[in-house]
Design a protein around this ligand. Sequence first.
Ligand code: FES
Ligand SMILES: [Fe+2]
Length: 319
Amino acid sequence: MSWNLPGAPWLVGHKFMLSVNKPKKFTIAGQDYVLWKNKKGEVSALENICPHQGAKLSEGWICPKTNTLACPYHALEFDSEGRARLPKEKISKPIAKPLKLYFQGDWIWTYVNKEPKIPLPDVLKKLEEEFRFAGISGDITINAPFLDVLEINNDYNHAKGAHRKLFKIKDIEIKDIYEVDRYTTKIDFHQIREDNTLQDYLKNPILLTYPKIVKASLDHYFPCLAIFYADTPLGKVCDVFAIYPETENTTHIFIAVFGNYTGIFNFITDRQLLSAINKLNKQDVEILENLYPRFEPKIKLTNEEPLNWARNLYQTWSA
Ligand code: FES
Ligand SMILES: [Fe+2]
């Protein structure tokens, strides 16, 4: 077992999350990288360390004409393959290490320069055909190891505790589990909710769209995506929870939110939906960042099969 699952596919963002010609640092599998998007929408990535004297390239700037990234220390410029542009226009061989990216439309994936062990999930394109993309929510670093975050995404009982305040879920009934392949499962379930108060509705109008029994399903694409679909009178809502290991003790998450609401429920805006998902994410983070160190659980609950499936794949992943 290796904490960062070498050879796994990771969804690291959507082009929409990058500003044009603005370098952005991100960390994955223990290494810092810098990402940038040019005016044409092309995205490049290099290791964040300048091969000259180790400055952080993400603190530098983009030269739009040459699509090069200039180092903030001595202004040496690097192209997307890591070649330095030297005085008198000589180009060096690659000396800054590029990060290989894979694209599905505007979605950005990486295997962190490792040999792919499993294919990229092909679900995002299908989602874009079926839904309207509402935006990104909860794009943050969680101070918890990857396995803890993976587990909460596969844990059907946690909604009863962690999400009690917002959605008042009092029970979960798993209706069906399908194993599509070794790394993909689909689960249909019902979330049974308590009544909300008038105050709850005033604070979070999105709750008006949630029935007492939420018919939902969750598709897991180990280890990177958990996709939650819920039927509401408003239409169908879909949240893609994307996670990747930053360091041994920190994990990145962002949630791509989609909807296909229609008719009289149009007054519920994307913003409300994104803000509700953000609150939901914060509730998870609060639990995850306050767990005591891991130990063997002394009790097992029902509905833990998906959790065991994910934990087992993680623990038996060979480097
Ligand atoms: S440290 Fe980057 S150019 Fe010198
Ligand atoms: Fe949660």
